[in-house]
Write a protein that binds this ligand. Structure first.
Ligand SMILES: [Fe+2]
Ligand SMILES: [Fe+2]
Length: 148
């Protein structure tokens, strides 16, 4: 199943190395999804900075946005199912991130955005969202005795 399979391991030298302790939200299903998104950001880094292939980079970025949307839908369906109290703000943040990512894709395709700024921003967004928003549901979901 898409959300349950183990993500591909990333070398510690990767642009976005996955640090279990640092990034975990304590729910395996979501940790794996987040790790998979980080790995996709590494694919994007490779396409942009190593292969320097704009067409490939655009395709990988499009895939990253689709996978991010799928993860947000999954998270939102679980939080809705359990009536998570802070859903509204959390879902609004998802929607803003997707909108900003789509805008980034347009700017990148038009040649108006540097690859490194783009990569660093995506990495910072994911880390920030995990640490400051997603972690707020950990205790709540654990109290629901939901195993993920
Ligand atoms: Fe989230
Ligand atoms: Fe998340």
């Amino acid at each position: 199943m898409f959300f349950k399979s183990a993500p591909k391991p990333q070398p510690p030298t990767a642009f976005f190395p996955w640090l279990d302790e640092e990034y975990t939200v304590g729910i395996q299903r979501f940790d794996r999804a987040h790790q998979r998104l980080a790995s996709r950001i590494n694919d994007l880094h490779e396409a942009m900075m190593v292969k320097r292939d704009r067409l490939l980079a655009t395709a990988v970025f499009t895939k990253l946005i689709q996978e991010t949307r799928a993860h947000f839908v999954d998270e939102e369906s679980i939080l809705t199912q359990f009536n998570f109290p802070d859903s509204e703000a959390h879902f609004a943040e998802h929607s803003d991130l997707l909108q900003e990512a789509a805008e980034f894709l347009r700017k990148y395709e038009a040649g108006n955005l540097s690859a490194l700024v783009l990569l660093n921003t995506l990495k910072a967004w994911l880390i920030n969202h995990i640490k400051n928003s997603d972690r707020k549901y950990t205790g709540f979901l654990r109290r629901q005795r939901w195993s993920g």
